[in-house]
Design a binder for this molecule. Structure first.
Ligand code: G3P
Ligand code: MG
Length: 247
């Protein structure tokens, strides 16, 4: 799988409301060819693009996402909180998002977002067959903070590319985790990464992806420690060198 240097975080989320069809279109319009999105299930089991457990921050609604049916979720305005220009934007189902991503020819890093109170296995079992059916394998990377959930994904699909997320930097046990799920990539909060661990990941042949990098100047030295790709809200801040595709 060929990954670009830059992946748009939650879609082009500095320019459009995160995890929406508008953010997917904005990614394409900005000339990027990969994006990261978060997915979780509504109460009726429909997978939708959403980051938080609650709907308050990114909609005009109240309460927990898991208490919404699709019909109720579709009544929420998920654009106005970001900017009046996006008023009327509706919550995107995974199916709608995959159709648009496929049409635009983008690559997708789909993060299985495991909010408390949700069924993690149900999320994997619902999302993975849909995603692999709608996107070619070279344009789909599924990630999660949960090795257990990724193991379930691996059982469901022996071939799709998987990435393990580490909020506090990859732990000493990352090699075991990676072997267990046959991980393609290791995704680290860049502020928690150390150079030796970064180089170890590179030397052991896994791709290294850092999130969420919005300060290219401070980040720049990390490229030489083996980082392949960054997930960013601000791709426009990276210069030409940083756009060069990874080998
Ligand atoms: O997948 C990288 C990044 O999105 C993980 O953090 O909270 O933005 O989903 P978060
Ligand atoms: Mg995410």
């Amino acid at each position: 799988m060929e990954l670009p240097r830059l992946i748009a975080h939650r879609g082009l989320s500095h320019h459009a409301p995160e995890n929406t069809l508008a953010a997917i279109r904005a990614t394409h319009e900005a000339g990027l060819n990969w994006l990261e999105l978060d997915v979780q299930c509504l109460g009726d089991g429909t997978p939708v693009l959403w980051h938080d457990a609650h709907v308050v921050r990114c909609s005009d609604g109240q309460g927990l996402l898991r208490d919404y049916s699709l019909a109720q979720a579709k009544r929420l305005d998920v654009g106005r909180w970001f900017d009046e220009r996006f008023a009327g934007e509706r919550m995107a189902t995974l199916e709608e998002a995959l159709a648009l991503i496929s049409e635009l020819g983008l690559g997708l890093n789909l993060e299985l977002k495991l909010s408390a109170g949700h069924d993690d296995n149900l999320l994997a079992e619902t999302v993975v067959p849909q995603a692999v059916a709608m996107l070619p394998r070279e344009r789909l990377l599924i990630s999660s903070f949960s090795v257990a959930t990724l193991s379930r994904v691996r059982e469901l699909d022996g071939n799709c590319a998987l990435g393990i997320l580490y909020e506090d930097g990859p732990t000493r046990g990352w090699v075991t985790d990676a072997e267990q799920v046959e991980a393609f990539s290791i995704h680290s909060n860049w502020q928690s990464l150390d150079p030796a661990r970064a180089e170890e990941i590179r030397d052991r042949g896994r791709r290294l992806i850092c999130y969420t990098v919005n300060d290219p100047r401070r980040f720049h030295r990390w490229w030489s420690h083996g980082v392949d790709t960054v997930i960013t809200d601000r791709p426009e801040l990276f210069d030409g060198d940083d756009f060069a595709p990874s080998a």
